[in-house]
Design a protein around this ligand. Structure first.
Ligand code: PLP
Length: 486
């Protein structure tokens, strides 16, 4: 990276030439004059490379002029218009709600008129004009490429995320496309001969957690609001965090040049999580309270100041998480559906994001069913588990005790209603893991070469307490473990 920054523009095009840009063109004509460049850019056939066409026809097929970056290329090749759209609706829809209550995604609004949550609703009729096979093929054709913005695992499914956003406003670090691997030895030796146990390794993401998947969507939308023609006076983006959200927010804001402010509970996050926002230039406030206290404060601040709220109360983030975690798993299984997916739950946005992604794929015919979801909580921060055990009779927020799984040390989850919907709709269950169980589970996973995080431990421990049958699955945040149908 340091070399790249120090290198001059011309050496950059040599050292880091994009495989789609034409090296021969760029080296022989590194500084094409502007009058030459303009008409060439307008040409979809990139005529300036024609002289080299004989060298390799396949290689010239997708070449982009060296002086054009991938955003410019995307603008030049802009795809024809479509009529997909999305907007906010109250969540959950209640009889008292005005059936017409909906808000544009361009509004800065986090709560419904009755004070409830909002949800991003897609025009499913417009999407359903295309068969499931169209969407599967389209998404498969984009995986892991570098065409802006589809190289991202989130934006490769742009039509299911923010269909209306101008690609030029997207802020992406090519997140997603994390590997899904077969945990052969863990399943065979430590889980009673489970033969089809899979791990989705979200921990290899840019800032170290799946939070990047949601943050690219939120920061892109903020960027869109700040830029012309909307030019909204949003001075920055803020969040309360148990460590991973703040790392993701600060990275995406830094990539876009947008100020970030993060509220963290003092001494309750890892050094690695603390260093990231500081290094990324965010304003970091370390407060003598827990996550729930930080959350209350950031809500007051964002209500008073022109600072956009980035917590998962904000349903935009769930759109990214549904795509690159949940839908990506289906895609990696060639659109077959796993039996179970286990998600560790804290603020409980992610478990709902999974449900939403799977349900959208089912409704649009990409798959024919949804997996059963398991939410795994640390016993020291288990409000959802207690709620579940009470037969969903009464939800009681609590003061979360310390847990090694610090990202899910949350006693008053914002998205509890969303989690309940996801679990009921998928015939899901809730599990808990004590500190001893989660640490043991982590150690066992480590012994099979995983180097698991405590959140993975929670999900792994939840798996042990299942009746182990021939088909089971597991997933966590850093590590998503899934077992598919045989
Ligand atoms: C955020 C996070 C979770 C929990 O997700 P919620 O949406 O808050 O339930 C779990 N594990 C890790 C590593 C996280 O960063």
């Amino acid at each position: 990276m340091a070399t790249a920054v120090a290198a001059t523009a011309s050496s950059l095009s040599l050292l880091f030439a994009h495989p789609h840009s034409h090296r021969r063109c760029s080296t022989s004509k590194p500084f094409a004059s502007p009058h030459l460049r303009r008409p060439l850019r307008a040409s979809p056939h990139r005529a300036q490379c024609a002289s080299d066409a004989a060298a390799s026809t396949t290689a010239t097929k997708h070449r982009r002029p060296a002086e054009e970056n991938i955003r410019e290329e995307a603008a030049r090749l802009r795809e024809p218009g479509h009529d997909f759209s999305a907007w906010y609706v109250p969540f959950p829809p209640t009889p008292d709600d005005d059936p017409n209550e909906r808000y544009s995604l361009d509004d800065v609004v986090y709560r419904s008129s009755s004070g409830g949550l909002l949800d991003v609703c897609h025009d499913m009729e417009a999407l359903a004009r295309f068969p499931g096979s169209y969407w599967r093929d389209l998404f498969d054709s984009r995986v892991g490429r570098t065409t802006w913005p589809y190289g991202s695992g989130v934006w490769s499914k742009k039509e299911f995320v923010l269909p209306d956003i101008d690609s030029d406003h997207i802020v992406s670090l090519f997140e997603g496309n994390s590997n899904l691997f077969w945990a052969e030895r863990l399943g065979r030796e430590h889980l009673g001969g489970m033969t089809d146990l899979w791990v989705k390794h979200c921990g290899i993401s840019h800032t170290g957690s799946f939070k990047d998947l949601g943050m690219t969507v939120l920061v892109s939308q903020v960027n869109h609001l700040r830029r012309a023609p909307l030019s909204r006076p949003i001075n920055g983006v803020g969040c309360a965090s148990t460590g991973d959200t703040s790392a993701a927010l600060s990275a995406y804001c830094a990539a876009a040049g947008i100020p970030a402010i993060v509220f963290l509970p003092a001494d309750r996050i890892s050094l690695q999580q603390l260093i990231q926002p500081i290094a990324n230039g965010a304003t970091v406030l370390s407060l003598d309270t827990d996550f729930d206290g930080c959350m209350r404060l950031i809500r007051e601040v964002t209500a008073e100041l022109p600072i956009y709220l980035a917590n998962s109360l904000n349903s935009l983030r769930l759109e990214g998480q549904k795509t690159a975690a949940a839908i990506e798993i289906l895609q990696q299984f060639d659109w077959q559906v796993p039996d179970w997916v286990i998600v560790p739950g804290g603020n409980l946005g992610n478990i709902y994001a999974f449900y939403k992604g799977y349900e959208m794929c089912r409704v649009l015919g990409l798959v024919d069913r949804v997996p059963r979801l398991v939410c795994a909580q640390a016993a020291n921060a288990n409000p959802l588990y207690r709620f579940y055990k009470s037969g969903w009779s009464e939800f009681q927020p609590l003061v979360a005790e310390t847990t090694f799984a610090s990202a899910i040390q949350i006693g008053d989850p914002v998205s509890v209603d969303r989690a309940v919907l996801a679990l009921k709709a998928t015939d899901g269950i809730v599990q808990e893991a004590t500190e001893e169980e989660l640490v043991d589970a982590m150690a066992l996973a480590d012994r099979t070469g995983m180097f698991a995080c405590p959140h993975t431990g929670v999900a792994r421990a939840a798996l042990s307490s299942f009746e182990i049958s021939a088909s089971l699955g597991l997933m966590t945040a850093q590590w998503l473990l899934v077992q598919r149908m045989g």
